[in-house]
Design a protein around this ligand. Structure first.
Ligand code: 48H
Length: 255
């Protein structure tokens, strides 16, 4: 078969434009493709909602790839074990209630599950602002190519409308901070010292709708609430993603 570069280029451009077009008005926009964002997106997609995951980097996985201090292993405690099973992530029992898995396998299986759940990925795209009408409710995200910010170019962004957004941007809690900058209805306290037990036991309580239309999950949830950090134990990230999805599903299904 003769290969035609024009067909290859057209295939890429047209299919990506179709994806972008389909993402302009989604049920749920998940910002950040770390473990909590991937888990939340998967559960929402499986529940039948249209989900777009926006990730500023080239690849999803966030802080999970690096495991603990670049040892590509993660630990999950008993409470999160069912999620390792659900995502098909293999693990071995290290000591009672502690399970250890490969971070490469964990990210790959989470990303694969999100793909299977129909999640649309917009990578290399950064959320730089939000849309809020009359200080009442988040109605969309303001996005730009990550490369634009890196190059320091002055290029105006575009917008993506959504019924709900999930801030899964990790330690920085970027979406929450963007809102906190413009209204005093949201306060981001910033994360506390390392204390795994406390951080993991509180994460579900901190996974909540902090502004109408915006749910925080994962490390962002702890950062907003001034909670401790937990290091490379990832049960709370997966459980928080699952819980964030359930909150959004409850709200959307009631409408
Ligand atoms: C688009 C963005 C933007 C933006 C950031 O850091 P993550 O892995 O987040 P979580 O919460 O799912 O997992 C946290 C975990 O990895 C971790 O760091 C832990 C457990 N630390 C404990 C400790 O004590 O240190 O992923 C966040 C993702 C990343 O991929 C970012 O690139 C992305 O969000 N992101 N995407 N627009 N403005 N900001």
């Amino acid at each position: 078969m003769d290969l035609d570069e024009r067909i290859i280029s057209r295939a890429i451009i047209e299919s990506e434009l179709e994806a972008l077009h389909g993402s302009m008005d989604t049920d749920v926009a998940v910002v950040g493709g770390g473990p909590s964002g991937l888990a939340a997106a998967t559960f929402l997609g499986k529940a039948g909602y249209s989900v777009t995951l926006i990730e500023k980097n080239l690849s999803v996985g966030g802080g999970m790839w690096g495991g603990g201090m670049m040892f590509p292993r993660i630990v999950v405690q008993e409470e999160g074990r069912h999620l390792l099973d659900q995502f098909g992530i293999r693990y071995r029992s290290y000591s009672e209630g502690y399970y250890v898995a490969s971070s490469v396998e964990a990210v790959s299986k989470l990303a694969s599950a999100a793909c299977d759940a129909g999640v649309e990925f917009l990578t290399l795209m950064t959320v730089e602002d939000v849309m809020v009408r009359g200080d009442t409710r988040l109605s969309g995200l303001v996005v730009n190519w990550t490369a634009v910010g890196m190059a320091g170019l002055h290029v105006d962004p575009l917008t993506l409308a959504c019924r709900y957004a999930i801030d899964a941007t990790g330690h920085e809690a970027i979406v929450a901070r963007l809102i906190a900058k413009k209204t005093d209805r949201v306060v981001v306290k910033g994360e506390g010292f390392m204390w795994a037990e406390k951080a993991e036991s509180m994460i579900i309580r901190h996974t909540r709708e902090i502004f109408p239309g915006l749910v925080v999950t994962g490390m962002a949830a702890n950062a907003v609430s001034g909670e401790h950090r937990m290091g490379p134990v990832f049960g709370g990230m997966l459980l928080s993603g699952e819980y964030a999805a359930s909150l959004v599903i409850r709200e959307l299904s009631a409408r």
